[in-house]
Design a protein around this ligand. Sequence first.
Ligand SMILES: *Cc1c(COP(=O)(O)O)cnc(C)c1O
Ligand SMILES: [Zn+2]
Length: 434
Amino acid sequence: MRRKGLASMAAQTVASTTNSVDLGPAAALSCRECGHRVPLGPVFACEECFGPLEIAYDYSAYETEELRKRIEAGPANIWRYAPLLPVPADVADKPNINPGWTPLVKADNLARELGVTGGLYIKDDSGNPTHSFKDRVVAQALEAARAFGFTTLSCSSTGNLAGAVGAAAARAGFRSCVFIPHDLEQGKVVMAAIYGGELVGIEGNYDDVNRFCSELIGDPAGEGWGFVNVNLRPYYAEGSKTLAYEICEQLGWKLPDQLVVPIASGSQLTKIDKGLQELIKLGLVEDKPYKIFGAQAEGCSPVSVAYKAGHDVVRPQKPNTIAKSLAIGNPADGPYVLDIARRTGGAVEDVNDEQVVEAIKLLARTEGIFAETAGGVTVGVAKKLIESGLLDPSLTTVVLNTGDGLKTLDAVAGTGLTATIRPNLDSFREAGLA
Ligand SMILES: *Cc1c(COP(=O)(O)O)cnc(C)c1O
Ligand SMILES: [Zn+2]
């Protein structure tokens, strides 16, 4: 009942905002379940069936080689793909945090360690402006917020999103007020607070925070607020397509054979698949099979559990893991992740906290990349999938690192000095370092 009220209220907002909206090639919102179309607006649920809405595009004007040249001549950030995103054509001139075009690192040392012979790459998204992949999605939501006339940016966050929203709001001159579980890592709390917006800790886990935000949207107190991952979710989600675009462009406009992607709500994984499908349809890459593997932490593994049990529905869990950025116990896109893993011939796997820490250290030791716990999850899962034979080591494989290890230092506490010595050579020798 409550959801129906929300959906019809949101539909009214659309009617009043449609005509003036310029979001580039975005043509409408369409329901992922029933295909029902509504005009672009700050709506996220279908008024017919309550399914999730996503952006439908009109790409008909593009000629493949012209589009490729236009992209290659674009800026070294996500706006090189502006022709494929729900943003106005002059987006690169607007104040935004301009994330993306992060390195695709050929990880030969890690490949040797894991026995991968077909080419192993880390898509290292830790170098974004607020040190996680979330800058990609927030950059889209910010443009939608501008288009719809919102003045406050908000979100429910497991940590990284709060920082990305704070930074984007500061750059673009929006007020921000973001909500996080009260017990997050200090690095993420400071990172979210430093940009000067309001940061509210909620006594509860992420799913409680998210429920609270849904209530706030339906209340007069939330008027004029763009919640990047709730009422702006269809726009927000499109930012993850840029990971797919970049990976393929950086591989020389080729699809990888296998991708290992982290799952929190599952949005990123579903949109990476959408991005790959678009590149195929636009002729920018040659069509061939690819497999998408989802990665979770054992302490929050609702999608992995459903995958292994052969279920289509995802049973919510109460998260308990050090991989807090992925700790969504009731993932909105879980069922779609299951579809994609099964359709592409991938899988969903999980690793325990100890394996997460081992994987963080393995990646750092072999490739000089310090990943946050989410990166430990993907590298750990890749290792496990190779060992179990589900991931083919003879194929080109891309593993995502979506965040920076400096944000989750607690996870590797105890890593420190090799020795403490007096400042002389005898002491150095005594310590066995010569
Ligand atoms: C949010 C997040 C993800 C993925 O989130 P989805 O909700 O599945 O899109 C992955 N890694 C990190 C570090 C994140 O913060
Ligand atoms: Zn529908």
